[in-house]
Every structure is written in C-alpha cells, then in structure tokens.
Design a binder for this molecule. Structure first.
Ligand code: PHE
Length: 345
C-alpha cells in the first residue's frame, strides 16, 4: 500500500510538472488524482482493510501526498495563469509610435480646375453656360458656320465622321448656332460653351485627337471688335496675371470676319528657349481663335446683321492648363497617372 501511494505521488508530480500550456489539462490531472473518484481518494477508501497499527502510518503518508500535490497544482495553476496573461498582453500590444494610416482623398483634374476658373471668370461677367452634343450633325459643325460642303476650309479640321452627315464635333462653335436658334431673333446673347472636341491629329506633346475648348459668343446691338479685345485681355490677365503678354495676329475663320488668333507669352521658358516643348523657342503660344461673327452666320440662325453684331472666340483649355501649371507635355493630362494628378491638390 505504501509503495502504491509513493508511486502515485511520483507519477502525479511528473504529470503536474509536464503540463506546459493548458489550465484545462492541469485540472484534468487534479480530478483524476484528487477528485472524488480520483486515484488517491480511492486508495484512502481502501484503508478500512488495513490493520489498526498500519492505519495512522498510511494515513499520514496519504495526507502528506495530498498536501504536496495540492500545493504543486496550485503553484502550477498560478504559473500557467501568469503565462496566459503575459501572452495576451503581448499579442494585444498597441504600438503608439506607429504612423497613422493615411486616408487617400481624391482631387480635381487639372483640366477641370482650369475649366472651373474660366467658367468663374465669365460667370462674373454675366455670361451663361451652354452645352451642345459631342456627336454633331454636319449642318451645325460646318454648314451653319458658313462652311458649305466642299469648302476648302473644312480641311483645317480633319474630322471623324460617323455617317456622311454625322461626326464627332471638331470644335465647340456649333453651340453658337444652336444657342442663336434657341433664342428669339436678335435678342442678346452672352454665353460660353465648354466641351470636348475631336480631330484626326497626331498624339504628341502638343497635339491630341481629343481636346477641350471653351466657345464664347456675345451678340447685341453695337458689339465691336474692341469689346472682343477688352474681354480677351481681361480673361488673360485673370488667368495668367498682370505680367502675361498677349498678341493678336490676323487670321481666317469662315465664321468670323475679321478673324484673329491670340498668342500669350510662353511662361515655360520665358527667354525663348529653342528646346522649349511648349513654344519651340518662339516665345509665344497660340491659345485661341476669335473674330466678329460673320453676317451669314447670324442670318443662318435667324439673326439680322443689320440690327445686331457679335464676337465669338474658341479657346484651347489644355494649352491654358499647360501654361498655368508648367506642364510641357499634353499627354500627361490623359494618361491618368496618379503621381501626376496628385500634384494638383
Ligand atoms: N472654332 C475655332 C477653332 O476651333 C475657333 C474659333 C471660335 C474661332 C470662334 C473664331 C471664333 O479653331
């Protein structure tokens, strides 16, 4: 009997020592040995068969074994609990020195920013904003603008035709005719029409088959070329600042007479750098075409050139954006590379 108890005691010690992680495992051992039906408990029950003189001796041994094992279990229990807590603390640790997660916000495209600025300037002068379709009829894109079929000036704008009579507009000028038609004859108009236009062009640093224009049209009694000039000067000063220079060159458009093209001084190279991708060393960049509305254009849209006159202009938004932001390749506007776009926050 004594032998059995000592064996059990040793076995239990080893088992308790070997428990490494699990509190449940430790409890199983406790139940198996010290529980009501545990091994040590049933040994105790067997004591009734012992002789009277053996009983106190064995009883002492059993009690010692029980006391030791209980103490071992208690200290193992504390050890495991402490380990569990420190594991938990380690896995839930918050590193307050880590940099915060960046919230990515979008921003407006540089062409949108430029368009918004242009719109703002004209809205301040009392202009309305008109729209026209990008898929346009030959009539509005050309004929209503004094460009009958087979007119040689049609070659100035190589077009993408969809059918014989329908094309993607080569300019925003068709909105001039559409706006006049929607107005009562000879009533005043002061409008701009921003939008995309399409031409069969190369795709390089300064050309693109799709680009953006803002059309302008002012009609009223007594509108003169000096009104056009003053309006454009105001626009260019607002956009490029007081130091920007502008020059007007005589030009030709079938829908205006007289016509002009307007250049602004190149803000990329300043001193006529031959390698300047924007002005190629000329020091000037053409940004718009303009002129006094041709009498035939007024007539075709129901206005009477004997009563009213007007001016019109069409400006290139990409070119203005290139100069304002110092971008020397137009393709950057369409590549949608976030590294480029993010710079306009
Ligand atoms: N539509 C012309 C172009 O795209 C520009 C222009 C508009 C010229 C209005 C005169 C008047 O080249």
């Amino acid at each position: 009997m004594e032998q059995k108890i000592l064996e059990l005691r040793q076995r239990a010690r080893d088992a308790i020592k070997n428990v490494t992680a699990d509190l449940k495992e430790l409890d199983n051992i406790r139940v198996k040995i010290l529980g009501k039906k545990g091994e040590l408990t049933s040994l105790l029950r067997g004591m009734s068969q012992l002789s009277a003189e053996d009983r106190p001796k064995i009883g002492k041994i059993v009690n010692e074994a029980r006391a030791e094992l209980e103490a071992l279990i208690a200290s193992k229990n504390d050890e495991l609990k402490a380990k569990e807590l420190s594991n938990k603390l380690a896995s839930e640790k918050i590193d307050v020195t880590l940099p915060g997660r960046q919230v990515v916000t979008g921003n407006l495209h540089p062409l949108t920013l430029t368009l918004n600025r242009i719109k703002e300037i004209f809205l301040d002068m009392g202009y309305t904003i008109e729209e026209g379709p990008e898929v346009e009829t030959d009539y509005y894109n050309f004929e209503a603008l004094n460009l009958p079929k087979d007119h040689p000036a049609r070659d100035m704008q190589d077009s993408f035709y969809i059918t014989e009579d329908i094309l993607v507009r080569t300019q925003t000028s068709p909105v001039q005719a559409r706006t006049m038609e929607s107005h009562e004859s000879n009533s005043p108009i002061r409008m701009i029409a921003p939008g995309r236009v399409y031409r069969r062009d190369d795709y390089d640093a300064s050309h693109s088959p799709m680009f953006t224009q803002v059309e302008g049209l002012v009609i009223d009694k007594g509108i003169r070329f000096s009104d056009l000039k003053g309006t454009l000067e105001h626009l260019l000063k607002e956009i490029f600042g007081k130091n920007a220079k502008a020059r007007l060159r005589p030009s030709f458009f079938p829908f205006t007479e007289p016509s002009t093209e307007v250049d602004v001084s190149c803000m990329m190279c300043h001193c006529h750098d031959e390698n300047c991708k924007v002005c190629h060393g000329s020091g000037w960049l053409e940004i718009l075409g303009a002129g006094m509305v041709h009498p035939d254009v007024l007539k075709m849209s129901g206005y009477d050139p004997k009563i009213v006159s007007g001016f019109a202009f069409g400006l290139g938004v990409e070119r203005i954006a290139m100069l304002t932001y110092g971008v020397d390749d137009l393709r950057l506007f369409y590549d949608n590379d976030v590294r480029f776009l993010q710079q306009f926050k």
